[in-house]
Design a protein around this ligand. Structure first.
Ligand SMILES: Nc1ncnc2c1ncn2[C@@H]1O[C@H](COP(=O)(O)OP(=O)(O)OP(=O)(O)O)[C@@H](O)[C@H]1O
Length: 250
């Protein structure tokens, strides 16, 4: 499974949900969700606070079960045709990466070397040319190139939120999964950093799938081709961005 290479064409399903639902204890969190996500899609998962965005994305990689007691799933979620319940979790999470704002908070207690080591299994001096190119595009290369100066930068506590988000974006890209999920994390970038990050994400979409969860439609409507609108744990709309903008005025 680990080294399996699958060649995709556009519009080929990579993730499929069939009547998926999730309860935590007595609470029904996600209700009867059926949808497909295709290879090469940039999908916006859009909805208000507490609508179920995080719960839904975490379901793709089996994370809710690790965070909460008494999680009960119904229906199925399939990655490349396989039920995610039956896939090895390490393998699943190497193929689909999930990052949320808690990752930014966790960076405060780690050093740059620890983060790179824990997330990528690399020492700072072993960062490859490909990685360095991504860092350059993200405007982070200076932090990595000046190894003498690294002691100053090593504590991530002193990095700005924007820099931490860029670092998390770098780690996600460097892990090279098939599906990236950014849960509300890019909403915190300023307009200028957001523009750079969006360009990078758009560039890499040709052989990846990207799912961005947000409460701010306008931030990403220019790069997304699909939108899933969720409210109260139910899908209200699932289709193209263009058709949503024309037919779903709020
Ligand atoms: N452990 C839990 N037990 C019961 N209900 C929970 C639990 N965790 C989350 N919920 C509820 O699940 C619902 C969906 O929450 P979720 O965090 O998925 O929404 P969200 O759309 O990601 O919100 P936000 O935009 O604020 O991040 C909310 O009503 C929330 O209160």
């Amino acid at each position: 499974m680990e080294n399996q290479i699958i060649n995709y064409s556009d519009n080929e399903k990579i993730i499929e949900l069939c009547n998926f639902g999730m309860d935590i204890g007595e609470h029904s969190i996600l209700k009867d969700i059926s949808l497909d996500i295709s290879f090469n899609d940039i999908v916006l998962l859009y909805g208000p606070r507490n609508s179920g965005k995080s719960s839904l994305l975490r379901s793709f990689v089996h994370l809710n079960e690790e965070l909460y007691n008494d999680v009960k799933g119904k229906g199925g979620i399939f990655f490349e045709g396989n039920n995610v319940n039956e896939l090895d979790r390490k393998y699943l999470r190497s193929q689909i990466t999930y990052v949320d704002p808690t990752f930014v908070e966790n960076l405060n207690i780690l050093t740059l070397s620890e983060v790179i080591n824990l997330s990528l299994g690399l020492k700072l001096k072993d960062i490859s040319k490909e990685h360095f190119d991504i860092l350059e595009k993200l405007g982070l290369s200076k932090k990595f190139s000046d190894l003498d100066n690294l002691k100053v930068h090593n504590s991530l506590k002193s990095w700005s939120i924007g820099e931490k988000i860029l670092l998390i974006t770098f780690i996600s890209l460097a892990r090279n999964p098939k599906v990236f999920m950014f849960d509300s994390i890019l909403d915190h970038l300023d307009d200028f950093l957001l523009k750079d990050v969006k360009e990078i994400l758009y560039d890499m979409k040709k052989d990846r799938t990207l799912i961005i969860s947000t409460r701010n439609l306008n931030l990403f409507s220019d790069i997304a081709n699909k939108i899933i609108f969720i409210e109260n744990g139910q899908i209200q709309y699932n289709g193209t961005m263009d058709s949503f903008m024309m037919n779903f005025p709020r």
